[in-house]
Design a protein around this ligand. Sequence first.
Ligand SMILES: NC(=O)c1ccc[n+]([C@@H]2O[C@H](COP(=O)([O-])OP(=O)(O)OC[C@H]3O[C@@H](n4cnc5c(N)ncnc54)[C@H](O)[C@@H]3O)[C@@H](O)[C@H]2O)c1
Length: 240
Amino acid sequence: MDRLKEKVAVVTGGSSGIGRCICETFSKEGAKVISYDLDKIPYTYERVEGYQGSVTNREEIKKFVEYVKDKYGRIDILVNNAGITKDALTNKMTEEMWDMVIDINLKGTFNMGQFIGPVMIDQGEGSIINISSVVGEYGNIGQANYAATKGGVISLSKTWAKEFSRKGGKVRSNAVAPGYTMTDMMKTVPDKVLDPIREKTMLKRLAEPQEIANGVLFLASDEASFITAHTLSINGGLRL
Ligand SMILES: NC(=O)c1ccc[n+]([C@@H]2O[C@H](COP(=O)([O-])OP(=O)(O)OC[C@H]3O[C@@H](n4cnc5c(N)ncnc54)[C@H](O)[C@@H]3O)[C@@H](O)[C@H]2O)c1
């Protein structure tokens, strides 16, 4: 229960779903966790606090990073988890739908890493985990915007793995690509879509948030000290 003892972790989108579960899991492993989310955190876990802000608001992120550094002195772990969907076939997708998803899922991830990466480089260590998706690995009908962002964060993770380790420090950067996971995001997806996915998945079900958080915990911890630029697929065998 001490795999993240004394570590300071920032988790975006920590108020609900997978992000909430990551916050709880990190807290149980001894980390100090700050959730950066549009919404207040609707729970109380030991050593977890909420900070309200958007991953699209660069001025707010700068203030947030200063706040965390002043309070805790360091940032060991960054989980870029905040994400949204706005689905439509390409011929029906509005520019607004495209821009909104790119702005939050891809640029939002970049914004956080651009301001927190240097903190980790100065410390000489850190672990960044960007939450991608099975859809980012293989594409999906009706999700051109979402799939593009989730493919993008895989390349971003690899680029940061290269850039942030250049000075010889121990900064790692990886992606986690979950399969379909039972959270609020899935509530908009009808069973007629989810049932065939269950059927195509080797393990014949969707993921639980804890199963994604377990992978994120591993990559965040020192147990993964020689793993960087990797994409960990957690999809129950949906895709090979
Ligand atoms: N649920 C799935 O099946 C699934 C599968 C693969 C990948 N993912 C990815 O996992 C991550 C979490 O998904 P989830 O299912 O838990 O979603 P969710 O909707 O339950 O939670 C997303 C959280 O992000 C926050 N958020 C949204 N926009 C934000 C912004 N601009 N700034 C800060 N916070 C913001 C929301 O307030 C919310 O708390 C997302 O990146 C998603 O793309 C989810």
